[in-house]
Design a protein around this ligand. Structure first.
Ligand code: HEC
Ligand code: HEC
Length: 440
């Protein structure tokens, strides 16, 4: 089972002081709590490797070590893309998303809320129909065909023929839902998977709000989140201020994970999100968050964490496309970054962050400082109550910027720093610094 230390599994229970005690008073909290009380277990996790491989023997040659490492990464890739950790209990039994999808979610609607289609998984006939423009994108039946082919990124479903009719009987979600994009090779939202890229087209709140199990008040909260944003603490503290979905690449060497540096390794947050947010079967506890949560009586999370982490560590930030920045201006911007603009006092080292040495009080985030602070601050809801200096490799790729997505472009970011820190950069210097950021 777990190789992450002893975990006390006590069946389906929450701690008395954890999420339920506070959140059961609210309908949304009660809903999330209901998952923890459910005992149905699913084993329909086709193709999931799990993390049971024995470690490499001490006498292993470097070749076998490399092979073991890459098989761990391959397992992690499979888990990242395909594993639901048994969260069908939440998405099917509680939220009843399968009913909405089969009745009313056409591919056109699915694409409009940012869901992506994996072109490599498409059956030849569907692929051809998409290319010819003859696929019926208005029919939920086409969505079912895509789900049956396992071609909707981050969505796993079981399609069965019931009384001669295709029905979606179970569905759950995977990490790829929020942390993968596609290259749009076959059309907007349809192409090859780009794992680790934040799906900034996704509107998770709007998707959850489609559930027939939610009250109007809950739907209003979810619908308020907006494109590319999710509140991973809402179902714990009942507050509502969503953050941008960040990339899951470029994190090797960064030992403070999340926007607020809550964990010192990726596996910390992967356990949080798979159990607490996605509704998977397993255990998460963190006294700093007053959170102690066990869902289900089996642990479908712990054994997968090493592999999942290894895969994410293998995902490097994408390099900027040729011609996307002016190299001469970027070279001038680099000098400003280290000098006059003082960026390197925080964005230091190979990953452009001082995260391994320190975190920062909330007003060190310009997004908070120049508007006088959001209320409540996202940092105040986290385990550390601080912000991590954002790593900047691949920053060209994932606008909008800052935890709240309040800067649409990199020149907007630099303009805000210039004003708030009174850097006295000229227009030319702001532009040069932006070109440098685009080159990272
Ligand atoms: C519904 C959308 C959603 C899903 C599904 C999701 N995440 Fe996230 N993820 C987020 C958001 C939003 C954050 C930002 C939270 C924060 O850092 O405070 C985040 C943060 C992260 C981070 C931190 C990145 C950093 O810069 O430190 C990692 C790593 C991560 N997620 C991996 C995963 C993995 C692995 C899974 C599957 C177990 C997963 N996520 C599932 C939305 C999602
Ligand atoms: C006092 C420390 C500090 C200094 C100085 C600083 N930053 Fe930051 N930077 C941060 C923190 C903390 C964040 C994360 C804030 C948030 O998400 O709200 C951040 C975020 C960013 C982001 C957004 C990245 C993303 O993933 O959305 C960019 C771009 C950025 N900084 C560029 C710069 C530039 C350019 C300078 C110099 C003009 C600079 N920073 C100076 C601490 C600093």
């Amino acid at each position: 089972m777990s190789n992450h230390g002893p975990i006390d599994f006590v069946g389906d229970r929450f701690s008395t002081r954890g999420v339920c005690s506070r959140s059961q008073r609210r309908p949304v909290g009660a809903l999330w709590c209901a998952i923890g009380l459910s005992v149905i277990l699913l084993s329909a996790l086709g193709g999931c490797g799990g993390g049971n491989d024995a470690p490499a023997p001490a006498t292993a040659t470097s070749e076998t070590l490399v092979a073991t490492e890459s098989s761990l990464v391959a397992q992690g890739k499979d888990i990242f893309r395909q594993d639901t950790f048994g969260n069908e209990i939440f998405w099917t039994d509680t939220l009843r998303m399968h009913e909405v999808i089969e009745l009313s979610v056409s591919p056109a609607l699915a694409l409009s809320v940012g869901l992506k289609v994996d072109a490599d998984a498409l059956p030849a006939a569907v692929r051809q129909a998409l290319l010819d423009g003859t696929a019926d994108l208005q029919s939920p039946a086409t969505t079912l065909a895509l789900i049956e082919a396992n071609a909707v990124v981050g969505v796993r479903g079981t399609v069965e023929t019931v009384n001669g009719v295709k029905r979606l009987t179970r569905m759950g979600i995977t990490c790829a839902l929020c942390h993968s994009a596609v290259d749009n090779a076959l059309g907007q939202g349809i192409g090859r998977r780009l794992d680790g890229w934040a799906n900034r087209d996704l509107n998770p709140g709007r998707i959850i709000a489609l559930s027939p199990a939610l009250s109007g008040a809950d739907k209003a909260i979810y619908n308020s989140w907006g494109v590319g944003k999710f509140d991973p603490r809402h179902n714990v503290d009942g507050l509502n201020n969503p953050v941008v979905i960040p990339p899951a690449y470029g994190l090797a060497g960064v030992h403070r994970i999340t926007l607020t540096g809550d964990g010192d390794r990726i596996a910390y947050w992967n356990r949080y999100v798979s159990v607490v947010e996605m509704g998977g079967q397993g255990h998460f506890e963190d006294a700093r968050l007053n959170l102690n949560l066990t869902r289900g009586s089996a642990d479908l999370v712990s054994s997968k964490l090493d592999a999942l982490e290894a895969y994410q560590l293998s995902l490097t930030a994408p390099t900027p496309p040729a011609g996307s920045f002016d190299p001469v201006a970027a070279a001038r911007g680099r000098a400003l970054f280290a000098g006059k603009a003082q960026c390197m006092t925080c964005h230091s080292g190979a990953q452009f962050t001082d995260a391994n040495e320190r975190l920062h009080p909330r007003f060190d985030s310009i997004a908070e400082a120049d508007i006088g602070g959001e209320s409540p601050s996202y940092a105040s809801r986290s385990a550390t109550k601080q912000y991590r200096t954002a790593p900047l490799k691949g920053v060209w790729q994932h606008a909008p910027y800052f935890h709240d997505g309040s800067s649409p472009t990199l020149s907007h970011v630099v303009g805000r720093y210039n004003q708030h820190l009174s850097l006295q950069l000229t227009q030319q210097e702001i532009s040069d610094l932006s070109e440098y950021l685009k080159s990272l």
